[in-house]
Design a protein around this ligand. Structure first.
Ligand code: SF4
Length: 483
């Protein structure tokens, strides 16, 4: 919702004057090139995409060419944009869909564009606006931050910020405004260090004037200049519907809250709380899981901070407790703990049905086989090797899948010789917290002939609660494929 003091015409005028040549920063000559460049720009800078696309478009100038591309060649061409495995698959699938559904021509309507593989509504909006001149105002991370700092929206999701902006600004201004706000976010209203003294919008901006805390960082920016100061931290009390200002210091719990539709109650997360992806743009990060930024957490006046005993530190819990912040400290070392945690969280957050439903789904799992299965080791780190022991959450997942986890309890480290002495029949290699790759798997197979080395998706495997059921299913599927 807009703040009344703000003058929309003044804001428009200033933005136009400051950025008269604002335009799409992705180089393209036709709608096809723009779709491809926009897909590549996910989690990548526009400058990096512009360095990548000339060779790509020379090799695959149209949908027909891209549809025929070999994935390894495509991956090599777009590698520097990051997430290149997914992007390559999406680009090829998108080109095939363009050929099959639209004769190789990029369609100019939202439904058809958003239905293309790897495109979605945001990319479709970018293409509609820049290639077809259709008024649209897709909200990226810069627009999200700037709009909220300017008080144009108090919403917590890009979609809602977009709706607020579209309500406030005339339709004919949307495309230019989209580019102006992005440039303003890049050049002036930086995420970490906004240049408020040099900002042409400052007299219109409640954050720059210090009348509201920065929605991005939780700090108050001093007016007219000077360093940021911290808010006093009176403790907020949870309302009858449960806590409404929650800080989650546990990545998988952050994801669980989003699954339960409670993301709008989150006022803080850790830098590792990165799922769902949009949470990165909507909830400010406040340090890591082991070293949370306590002043920033306090400045948010949370009415609940959620921690987990192994994931977070005792010192952080003690400091928060000493500041009078209500804590919910979970302990997750088994599937039974997960079932209990679902219930505790559901009750504490005022959504008991959601908690009970997930608890029931875990309790309904078949009992693990009594007979001991293959000796299994779940590695989580290299140099030195570290594993998740039998008494951990991951160890319990292995037992549920009929395996017999080996090695000491907790998260022990060991040498090559100790690893071999454990004589694992199955080794599981997740891609986080250590990024084990195919090369590591091949190396282990050579060292330990006869051992089945299986790569597993790290988040599915190690993110308890939000992905527990998914982990069990994936593990069972993987094990079925073993000889
Ligand atoms: S005054 Fe500061 S916070 Fe406001 S838009 Fe300008 S740079 Fe951003």
């Amino acid at each position: 919702m807009a703040r009344k003091a703000l003058s929309i015409p003044t804001l428009s005028r200033r933005l136009k004057a400051a950025y008269p040549d604002a335009r799409c920063a992705l180089d393209h000559v036709d709608p096809f090139q723009l779709v491809v460049a926009t897909v590549l720009s996910a989690q990548c800078t526009d400058a990096r995409v512009n360095l990548t696309t000339p060779a790509l478009f020379q090799r695959f100038p149209d949908a027909a060419g891209l549809a025929q591309a070999s994935i390894p060649e495509l991956e090599a061409l777009i590698r520097s944009t990051g997430f290149f495995h997914n992007k390559a698959r999406n680009l090829k699938a998108m080109a095939i869909a363009l050929l099959e559904r639209h004769g190789g021509v990029v369609p100019g309507d939202m439904a058809a564009l958003a239905a293309l593989p790897g495109v979605g509504q945001k990319t479709a909006n970018v293409v509609l606006a820049n290639a077809f001149g259709v008024p649209a105002l897709p909200v990226d991370t810069h627009i999200f931050r700037v709009a909220r700092r300017l008080g144009l929206s108090e919403a917590n999701t890009p979609e809602k910020v977009e709706a607020d902006l579209c309500r406030l600004f005339p339709r004919e201004d949307w495309i230019d405004l989209h580019h102006q706000l992005i440039i303003h976010g890049r050049r002036v209203c930086d995420a970490r260090k906004p240049d408020c003294p040099g900002c042409p919008l400052r007299d219109q901006c409640p954050t720059g004037l210090g009348t509201i805390p920065d929605p991005h960082s939780g700090l108050v920016l001093d007016a007219p200049s000077g360093p940021a100061r911290k808010l006093a931290a009176p403790v907020a009390e949870a309302g009858p519907g449960g806590p409404m200002r929650i800080v989650s210091l546990v990545p998988s719990v952050t994801e669980l809250l989003a699954q339960w539709g409670l993301a709008s109650r989150l006022v803080g997360r850790t830098t590792f709380c990165v799922e769902p992806r949009w949470i990165r743009n909507t909830v400010p990060a406040m340090g890591g899981t082991k070293n949370p930024g306590l002043p920033r957490i306090l400045s948010q006046r949370p009415d609940l901070v959620i921690l987990e005993r192994d994931e977070n530190t005792r010192e952080a819990a003690q400091a928060l407790e000493a500041a009078g912040i209500p804590l919910l400290v979970l302990t997750i070392r088994s599937l039974k703990d997960c079932a209990k945690a679902f219930r505790i969280l559901g009750d504490a957050l005022g959504v008991p049905e959601a908690g009970r439903a997930r608890e029931a789904s875990l309790k309904a799992l078949p009992k693990p086989a009594r007979r001991k299965g293959r000796r299994a080791l779940a590695l989580i780190w290299k140099d030195p090797w570290m594993s998740a022991g039998p008494d951990t959450y991951v160890g319990d997942l292995l037992k549920q899948a009929g395996l017999a986890p080996v090695g000491p309890g907790g998260y022990p480290a060991f040498t090559d010789a100790e690893l071999a002495a454990l004589e694992p029949q199955v080794i599981l290699l997740p891609d986080e917290p250590f990024r084990f790759t195919r090369r590591h798997a091949e190396d282990l197979r050579k060292r330990l002939p006869g051992t089945h080395v299986v790569q597993v998706p790290g988040r599915a495997f190690t993110w308890y609660l939000s992905r527990t059921e998914e982990a069990i299913k994936q593990l069972n599927d993987l094990l079925k494929e073993l000889p």
